[in-house]
Design a protein around this ligand. Structure first.
Ligand SMILES: [Zn+2]
Ligand SMILES: [Zn+2]
Length: 279
């Protein structure tokens, strides 16, 4: 696995790759702007060129952008859906500009419409957003299993990909905390093999663009999204040993979104825990 972490740009986009590298990361995930506002960050040509250069110099192999939290693509609320499409279009264009691999997005809820109808609205929204960009991937993240959320299982992700005619720039990011909370027993070799086999059958491993490596404060099937530091939650050190050493995940980026030992977000100490568990 290629290890990395979510890192704050802290108002210094260009300095971010080096800070990630100094923590031991080879890949990274950032927010382009504040994840809790609709207003996108706009980068000029000089900034984007400097950022690409900084990534090369720091040896950051791949950058992912995490989408803002406000979006809902399948909602019956046309205004909210429209804003979500605009925001995603802009973020995909920003990813193109920065040379990022793609944009990871949560899928929102199907409350008010039901899964079937919401999935169709969501697929059409994502399709529209993709037309505004040319290179970057649109990466669907699985959710933690709470009722009403879209993307609680591989089958739902597969339905979206199907509804979008297997768009070549559609990818998937699996979050380990969300997997456990939504009922996937990923802590055993047999459970991980089942997950990977199902993924190959339903989606295809070529679409697995990244993993979010988070331990979970919530146990198997608890349907709650609460991240914990590596080894300190219900996945535990033995669970992560199974996950990160799975032979089919050898070349897949795995990034931390953990609280951090000092509560300041993903850190070198959590990355070191992963490296210590790597065969
Ligand atoms: Zn995640
Ligand atoms: Zn989460």
């Amino acid at each position: 696995m290629i290890y990395g972490l979510h890192i704050s740009t802290a108002g210094d986009l260009v300095g971010t790759p080096k800070r990630a590298r100094d923590m031991g990361a080879e890949v990274m995930q950032i927010f382009a702007g504040s994840p809790r506002t609709w207003r996108p960050s706009v980068y000029d040509d000089a900034q984007t060129a400097a950022f690409r250069q900084a990534c090369r110099e720091a040896g950051i192999q791949r950058t992912f952008i995490h989408m803002i939290y406000l979006v809902s693509y399948g909602t019956p609320d046309d205004a909210l859906r429209g804003k979500s499409i605009t925001a995603l279009s802009q973020m995909l264009a920003t990813a193109d500009q920065l040379g990022a691999a793609g944009v990871v997005t949560h899928l929102g809820s199907h409350k008010g419409l039901g899964l079937e109808q919401a999935l169709q609205r969501l697929a059409a929204a994502l399709q529209e957003a993709l037309e505004a960009s040319s290179n970057s991937w649109l990466i669907l993240e699985n959710s933690a299993g709470a009722g009403g959320n879209i993307g609680n299982c591989l089958e739902e992700l597969a339905m979206i990909i199907e509804a979008m005619d297997h768009h070549p720039r559609l990818k998937v990011c699996l979050d380990t905390a969300h997997l456990l909370a939504s009922g996937y027993e990923i802590r055993s070799a047999g459970g991980m093999d089942r997950l990977i086999t199902d993924f190959e059958r339903l989606i295809g491993l070529d679409r697995l663009s990244a993993l979010h490596l988070n331990d979970s404060k919530a146990d198997l099937g608890a349907k709650v999204d609460r991240h914990e530091n590596i080894g300190d939650g219900y996945i535990g050190r033995d669970g992560f040993k199974v996950i990160i050493n799975h032979p089919k995940l050898k070349d897949v980026p795995g990034m931390l979104e953990v609280p951090g030992l000092d509560g300041k977000g993903p850190d070198a100490a959590n990355l070191q825990r992963l490296k210590d568990l790597t065969n």
